[in-house]
Design a binder for this molecule. Structure first.
Ligand SMILES: *[C@@H]1O[C@H](CO)[C@@H](O)[C@H](O)[C@H]1NC(C)=O
Ligand SMILES: *[C@@H]1O[C@H](CO)[C@@H](O)[C@H](O)[C@H]1NC(C)=O
Ligand SMILES: *[C@@H]1O[C@H](CO)[C@@H](O)[C@H](O)[C@H]1NC(C)=O
Ligand SMILES: *[C@@H]1O[C@H](CO)[C@@H](O)[C@H](O)[C@H]1NC(C)=O
Ligand SMILES: *[C@@H]1O[C@H](CO)[C@@H](O)[C@H](O)[C@H]1NC(C)=O
Ligand SMILES: *[C@@H]1O[C@H](CO)[C@@H](O)[C@H](O)[C@H]1NC(C)=O
Ligand SMILES: *[C@@H]1O[C@H](CO)[C@@H](O)[C@H](O)[C@H]1NC(C)=O
Length: 802
């Protein structure tokens, strides 16, 4: 590109209509402009700048933006004219004026956006697109200096490699992220991510004021409530700088072959994504808050946010969406409005409907009254009162109701809200309700008759009343007798205790008492039915259940040889030999492959560990407890908080709050396979020094080409098929790779162990490195969650706590 100096402003005006840049340039010089489909491309070809129109949006709306040049789904990281699109990019111009002011002129040549960057322009001033995504106006030679840069004007994306978020104390300017209004409209949405001006925390705010998430303060290395950020292997060098001029945070990406970006989504969530060039897609690896319903006013006014519901947002009774079209598209910010006005002001009657088990709306008024009846009466009499609640005091609300969230009765966190609606509505409501109840009742009777008539009996040869083909529905009395009043406990798991029982004096059963006293019948039966249909030689068979009053039991076939845990780690003379171990490893892999790949609905187990691998009389392994975590639905991220996992077997992406896939089971399986090889808990070996952590040792031995025999459980005295041992070591290492995409599927694991396919030498997983370091620095697992249901490190993940 030639540098073209200009003599005067008048010459410029004439010339700049003709001078445009060539396609492959990364720079604009004073007097040059971009139009139509001309773009700037950063020197290494990573980013591109030019006009774009958001896919799926109004195709008449064009914006100047920066996007990844080689990422197929046009990911925009910066937008200039967010609020004011141009309609014709060909007659519009993104022009670098002679005075250093870079300005966007629309089709009618009026300036609609500008950098306001005046400078003493010399022939060395230029605007350049860099490979880190920054677009800078700078002096090229001599007195160096950045005059203006897009990194100082972030939109919804925070890039690695120098982009800063923070606060300029001199100008009082905040460098914040604001989401696009909708995926089709880059105008700023109502949420923002900011750094607390005088503090050191990231905040997520609604409408610039209402805080709904904080990262916690900077402690020199990471932010207090999200310590996993420091351990994340995709990013490094998180830097917090604070001085007289301002406070800023920046970070770098670890791997040059992986694009990383943090952004605030239209949903109000702060998310991190990675793009591995060879995989050609973005993957979310971190997000906060993890639940939509934790985003303030996510569903807008007069609505209820329900994380369990497919549609997430529902209008309250008697309300409908204010903007039905936007609501349908997932933009709920307009909330809901009344279908019919309250009667109060016109002298008519109003009444209340109960909205049970909800998080109460924000900003209530309080009233000194003695009981719920007076509270109700006070609200009824005051026409501005639209809802009340009585919870150790009388609360009532005027104006719109925001931030109501539905809990399940089990969660015991919800309160009862009484919503005022016109009295006529309640009558209508009741009538429909009775009709519906009548119809459902009739249907239920018919279905029950049909089911009872056509059942097949499998587990116990038809001696019990059954539903759904093969599941036996037990009376509580029967189970109590069979287990001798629950006297012989077989174990205690994440979901409840298991007892041994005997039916009719001969058939042994295992009865699991579930810790879910108030679970809704409908859900319980649906899930039990689904689990009942899953049958495979390597899965423990569910034979029946009991659901009486608040009691819930699952009845399984009995496994005489207990769990792999009790056999593998015990210190006795009859050590499990290699052949048996290898069979158990393959069988477990087959069972998991079936759950992941062959069931009609793919099931993630979420808690693979030796305790959950049971052994029948012939030492055939059978996976227990599957399906008790949720079935995979469309949006995994919504349900991860309800899942459980066990320390030492949890995949790193799960700890960091990424959406999880079946590959978390592959990871846990890998950890289990290491234990099958060594005959000891991985975590026990950790006590003998970091370099002895068994997975690290195995990866080292494989990478150095050393003899795998040294890795075998010493109690086996070298008695193992060397080929199988080597395969098992490789498979285990492949299963625990950092990136889930590098891990094999369970189907592939089976083939690898069978020797049908072969795998190369697995690289050392990066997390092992970080993991060890974190232990040295005695960062513990606090952030994973707090509840420990037993002292053997069982953790329930509650990612949403941050
Ligand atoms: C972008 O893709 C082109 C063509 O596929 C390729 O030649 C170029 O190396 C890629 N650039 C980067 C930075 O990956
Ligand atoms: C830059 O140019 C635009 C459009 O001509 C103008 O509105 C703005 O005031 C200029 N800024 C400065 C600092 O001159
Ligand atoms: C740029 O301007 C300086 C003085 O302002 C001059 O000495 C130099 O030759 C110019 N360079 C070009 C490439 O025109
Ligand atoms: C870490 O980031 C800071 C701020 O961007 C930068 O100045 C520094 O050079 C980086 N350090 C390393 C080792 O990359
Ligand atoms: C931040 O601190 C400065 C003085 O250090 C003070 O003037 C300003 O009001 C503070 N701002 C907030 C939001 O606390
Ligand atoms: C946002 O805040 C402004 C005042 O700061 C207020 O006027 C406006 O109504 C608020 N918008 C919403 C949607 O709450
Ligand atoms: C209704 O309640 C509001 C809010 O407390 C109060 O300002 C208003 O005076 C009340 N109206 C009547 C008629 O009591």
């Amino acid at each position: 590109m030639d540098i073209i100096p200009f003599g005067s402003e008048s010459v410029l005006v004439v010339l700049c209509f003709m001078i445009t840049v060539t396609a492959s340039s990364d720079m604009l010089f004073p007097g040059e402009s971009l139009s139509g489909d001309q773009t700037l491309t950063s020197p290494g070809g990573t980013f591109e700048l030019g006009f774009f129109t958001p896919p799926g949006g109004n195709s008449q709306n064009y914006y100047i933006g920066i996007w990844y040049a080689n990422v197929t789904d046009h990911t925009v990281v910066w937008v200039a004219n967010r609020n004011q699109p141009v309609s014709d990019p060909v007659s519009s111009q993104f022009r670098f004026l002679q005075n250093g002011n870079l300005t966007l002129f629309d089709q009618s040549q009026s300036a609609i956006w500008s950098t306001h960057s005046l400078s003493l322009v010399s022939n060395s001033t230029r605007a350049k697109l860099l490979d880190n995504g920054n677009f800078v106006i700078e002096y090229a030679f001599g007195s160096s200096g950045v005059i203006w840069q897009s990194f100082d004007h972030p939109t919804d994306t925070w890039l690695p490699g120098g982009a800063r978020l923070g606060y300029n104390k001199l100008t009082n300017q905040k460098l914040t992220l604001t989401p696009w209004k909708t995926p089709q409209n880059p105008a700023p949405g109502i949420f923002s991510l900011e750094i607390e001006p005088n503090g050191t925390s990231f905040l997520l705010l609604y409408n610039g004021s209402k805080q709904y998430w904080t990262s916690g303060s900077w402690n020199g290395k990471t932010f207090a409530q999200v310590p996993e950020i420091e351990l994340n292997y995709h990013i490094k060098n998180i830097t917090y700088v604070s001085n007289d001029k301002g406070s800023y945070v920046s970070y770098d990406a670890t791997d040059p072959n992986t694009f990383i970006r943090y952004m605030i989504d239209t949903s109000g969530q702060f998310k991190a994504f990675k793009w591995r060039k060879d995989f050609h897609q973005w993957n979310s690896f971190w997000l906060r808050p993890t639940q939509f319903c934790e985003v303030y006013a996510f569903c807008g006014a007069s609505s209820i946010c329900n994380q369990q519901d497919q549609s997430l947002c529902v209008c309250m009774e008697g309300f409908e969406p204010r903007s039905p079209a936007d609501w349908q598209l997932g933009d709920r910010s307009d909330g809901c409005v009344r279908k019919a006005p309250l009667q109060c002001s016109t002298g008519g009657d109003d009444n209340f409907v109960l909205v049970p088990d909800v998080r109460l709306p924000e900003t209530p008024e309080t009233l000194e009254v003695d009981d719920i009846h007076q509270c109700r009466l006070a609200c009824l009499r005051n026409c501005s009162c639209i809802a009340f609640a009585y919870d150790n005091g009388c609360f009532f609300w005027v104006g719109d109701l925001f931030n109501v969230k539905q809990f399940t009765p089990d969660e015991k966190e919800g309160k009862d809200l009484y919503l005022k609606i016109p009295a006529s509505k309640i009558m209508e409501g009741k009538k429909t309700l009775w009709i519906v109840i009548g119809l459902l009742g009739g249907l239920f009777i018919v279905i029950t008759i049909v089911v009872v008539l056509f059942v097949k009996h499998r587990c116990f040869g038809g001696r019990f009343e059954t539903v759904d083909g093969s599941l036996v529905m037990f009376r509580y009395r029967v189970l109590r007798n069979a287990t001798n009043n629950f006297s012989e406990k077989l174990g205690e798991g994440g979901f409840g205790s298991v007892f041994k029982g005997t039916l009719q004096g001969s058939t042994a059963i295992a009865v699991k008492r579930l810790n879910c006293p108030k679970q809704v019948d409908k859900q319980f039966l649906t899930e039990v039915r689904t689990i009942g249909k899953i049958q495979h030689i390597n899965l423990v068979r569910l034979c029946g259940f009991c659901a009486e009053a608040s009691k819930r039991f699952l009845v399984y076939e009995y496994m005489p040889n207990g769990s792999l845990e009790s056999i593998l780690f015990k210190n006795s003379s009859d050590v499990l030999d290699w052949k048996a171990r290898y069979h158990i490893a393959i069988g477990t892999a087959r069972g998991l492959a079936y759950l992941h790949e062959e069931c009609r609905e793919c099931i993630i187990h979420c808690d693979i560990k030796p305790e959950n691998i049971l052994l029948d009389a012939e030492y055939v392994p059978k996976i227990a407890d599957f399906g008790l975590a949720k079935l995979i639905r469309r949006d995994i991220s919504r349900i991860i908080t309800t899942m459980k996992g066990t320390r030492g077997y949890i995949a790193p992406e799960w700890i960091s709050g990424e959406a999880i896939t079946a590959k978390v089971d592959v990871f846990s399986y890998g950890m289990l396979l290491f234990e099958v090889i060594s005959g000891r808990r991985n975590r026990d070996l950790l006590d003998e020094g970091l370099e002895n952590y068994f997975p690290t040792r195995v990866a080292n031995v494989l990478n150095k080409g050393e003899d795998v025999d040294a890795l075998l459980d010493y109690r086996l005295e070298g008695n193992a098929d060397k080929e199988q041992l080597s395969r098992a070591c490789k498979v285990a290492c492949w299963c625990i790779q950092d990136d889930e995409k590098d891990r094999p599927s369970m189907g592939q694991v089976v083939q690898l162990l069978e020797g049908v396919i072969d795998a190369g030498i697995p690289p050392m997983p990066k997390f092992l490195d970080r993991f060890s370091r974190s232990l040295v620095e005695s960062i513990n697992y606090r952030y994973i969650g707090s509840s420990t249901s037993d002292s053997r490190h069982e953790y329930s993940i509650s990612i949403s706590q941050a």
